[in-house]
Design a protein around this ligand. Structure first.
Ligand SMILES: [Zn+2]
Length: 260
C-alpha cells in the first residue's frame, strides 16, 4: 500500500455526532519529519528537528481549524490542567502551540482551543460533556491506568463543572493492544485488580481496563468508543515506543469549534 501524503486522522462515530466539537487522532502520515520520526511527529523532546515539528504542528492546527493548540509536558502523573484565558495569555505568537503547565489531563470550555495529547502506545482518552460544553483530553499509559487518571478526571469534571458522567462521551485512541501489552513484572507494576483483564499469562487488556474504570466512574457503556487499533502491530500507520524506542509522537486533539 502506498504511504499517504495527507493527514489521515482517526475519528469517532460518537464524537462526530456532537454539535460544535472537533476532534482527531492523527496517524504518522502527512508531516515533514525524517526517519525515525517520519513523518507527522508532534514532539521535540525525542530528538527531532524543531523546524520539522513546528511545521507538523501547524498542519495539525490548520487541518482542524483551531485558533490555538494547547499541550502540556506529559509526566505520567495525575495532574489536571484547566485551559482558560490565563493559559492562552502565555502564548508566543511565533510558536504553533501554547504550552500549559505539566500534567496529563487537559480540560477546556473555550471555543477555538484544541487540547493536544502526544502518544506512541499510551492512550489519549477524549472525555466530553455535550451539555456543559466541557472537553477533556487525558494521557493514559499503563502508569495512568494504575494511578486511575481516568476516574480522577471524571470526578474533577463533575466537581468543577457540574458534568454528569451518564451524559459524558468517552473515546479511547489507538494504543498498546492486548496482543502486545506484555508485562513480565506485572506482580510489581500492576495492582491485583488488573488480573481479571489478563488475556495470557503476562498480557493485559488496557482497553478493557479503561472501559471498566470509566464505567465505574459512572459512564454508560454505549457512550464509550474504543478505536481498538494496536500501535505496536500497525507500524505502517502508528508510531510505537515499544516497537521502535526512538520514534515520533502522534497528536490526539479535541476541542470546541470557534463560534462564527
Ligand atoms: Zn499489538
Amino acid at each position: 500500500m502506498p504511504i499517504p501524503s495527507e493527514l489521515t486522522p482517526i475519528t469517532y462515530r460518537l464524537l462526530e455526532a456532537l454539535d460544535g466539537l472537533t476532534h482527531g487522532v492523527f496517524t504518522r502520515h502527512g508531516g515533514v519529519s525524517l526517519p525515525p520520526y517520519d513523518t507527522l511527529n508532534t514532539a521535540w523532546t525525542n530528538g527531532d528537528r524543531p523546524e520539522h515539528v513546528n511545521e507538523n504542528l501547524l498542519r495539525v492546527k490548520r487541518f482542524l481549524g483551531f485558533d490555538h493548540l494547547v499541550s502540556s509536558p506529559q509526566v505520567h502523573g495525575t495532574e489536571i490542567q484547566v485551559v482558560d484565558e490565563s493559559v492562552l495569555e502565555t502564548r508566543d505568537p511565533g510558536r504553533p502551540f501554547v504550552p500549559a503547565p505539566p500534567g496529563d489531563a487537559l480540560v477546556t470550555r473555550l471555543p477555538g482551543v484544541g487540547l493536544m495529547i502526544k502518544i506512541a502506545d499510551c492512550q489519549a482518552v477524549f472525555l466530553v460533556d455535550p451539555e456543559k460544553r466541557v472537553a477533556a483530553n487525558v494521557h493514559c499509559g499503563w502508569r495512568g491506568s494504575v494511578k486511575e487518571i481516568l476516574p480522577k478526571t471524571v470526578r474533577f469534571l463533575k466537581e468543577r463543572f457540574g458534568c454528569d458522567p451518564r451524559r459524558m462521551v468517552a473515546a479511547v485512541s489507538p494504543s498498546l493492544g492486548p496482543c502486545c501489552a506484555e508485562f513480565v513484572n506485572h506482580r510489581r507494576e500492576l495492582p491485583p485488580s488488573f488480573l481479571p483483564f489478563r488475556t495470557a499469562p503476562n498480557f493485559f487488556d488496557f482497553w478493557a481496563i479503561s472501559r471498566r474504570q470509566l464505567m465505574d466512574a459512572g459512564l454508560l457503556p454505549q457512550r464509550i468508543e474504543i478505536a481498538g487499533r494496536c500501535t505496536v502491530c500497525e507500524a505502517q500507520d502508528f508510531f510505537s515506543y515499544r516497537r521502535e524506542r526512538i520514534t515520533g509522537r502522534m497528536a490526539a486533539v479535541v476541542g470546541w469549534r470557534r463560534k462564527n
